[in-house]
Design a protein around this ligand. Structure first.
Ligand code: NAP
Length: 249
């Protein structure tokens, strides 16, 4: 597909992995819309990349449809959707209350599903398109104390595969990136939890999970996202690419 000035919507684009994706896609010539709740962060990224900031709280069920319509009306037809916004909370099963389960599912799965449903039928009518879901290594295997997060990311992997097959004849591809720990605020919180619970250096403990003995960088995730976009990648669909230094191998 033609990437130059194609409109890309990146959820959670104001910081962390989403910010790196927004910057990478902008550098590749796309016109990027960043969305999230933190207006100041979104505005800072958007002004840096000559993009557009459109705030939305995607834990609200009706927000996805509104966001898609707003982007298409104010910016143009969306050719690339990156479902990146997500949250991770850790707790043993007995302390994983309904509120944790509900907010994890609402953002990590339902928001992605709702954005796809609001956009993909029209995207498919228009021609080539790309959907990239930022899942996780926790969408490919289980981890203790993260039942809601693991379940949500397995669901996102399932959504990726199902929609890839459903839209296979339309020119729209659907893929996922499944990172191990990436050096962002999210893993900083996980490192803090480990340090408090065990007294160990949390960052070192997270890095040690990967055979490469390091955390991934947001820019590495952004590179994989970009790799799904060109015309030459049109045969890649339904793939959930682990980016984890060999952790899932
Ligand atoms: P992060 O630094 O905590 O950022 C989370 C992003 O999600 C922020 O941009 C945030 O924007 C957005 N977000 C949170 N709640 C939202 C809501 N209700 N509505 C709209 N946007 C919301 O996390 P990250 O590390 O960049 O993670 C990004 C994605 O990668 C997530 O899906 C995560 O599960 C996945 N991932 C991360 C790691 C890791 O180790 N960091 C590993 C594997 C997968 P606002 O605050 O502006 O709303």
């Amino acid at each position: 597909m033609e990437l130059h000035r194609a409109v890309a919507l990146v959820t959670g684009g104001g910081r962390g992995i989403g910010e790196a994706i927004a910057r990478r896609l902008s550098a590749a010539g796309l016109h990027v819309v960043v969305s999230g709740r933190d207006v100041a962060a979104l505005d800072a990224v958007a002004s840096d990349i000559a993009g557009v900031a459109i705030p939305a709280d995607l834990s609200d069920r009706s927000a996805a449809e509104v966001l898609v319509r707003t982007v298409e009306r104010e910016v143009g037809p969306i050719a690339v959707l990156v479902n990146n916004a997500g949250l991770a909370e850790s707790a043993p099963l007995a302390r994983t209350d309904d509120a944790i389960w509900d907010r994890t599912m609402a953002l990590n799965v339902t928001a992605a599903f709702s954005l796809c449903r609001a956009l993909m039928p029209e995207m498919a009518r228009r021609g080539p398109g790309r959907v990239v879901n930022i899942a996780s290594n926790a969408g490919l295997r289980g981890y203790a104390y993260t039942s809601a997060y693991c379940a949500s990311k397995h669901a996102l992997v399932g959504l990726t595969r199902a929609l890839a097959v459903e839209f296979a004849r339309t020119g729209v591809t659907v893929n996922a990136v499944c990172p191990g720990f990436v050096d962002t605020a999210m893993s900083e919180r996980a490192a803090g939890n480990i340090a408090r619970a065990t007294g160990r250096d949390g960052r070192e403990a997270l890095a040690a999970l990967s055979p490469q003995k390091r955390m991934m960088t947001p820019e590495e995730v952004a590179h994989v996202v970009w790799s799904f976009l060109p015309h030459e990648a049109r045969g890649i669909t339904g793939q959930c690419i682990a980016l984890d230094g060999g952790q899932s191998a």
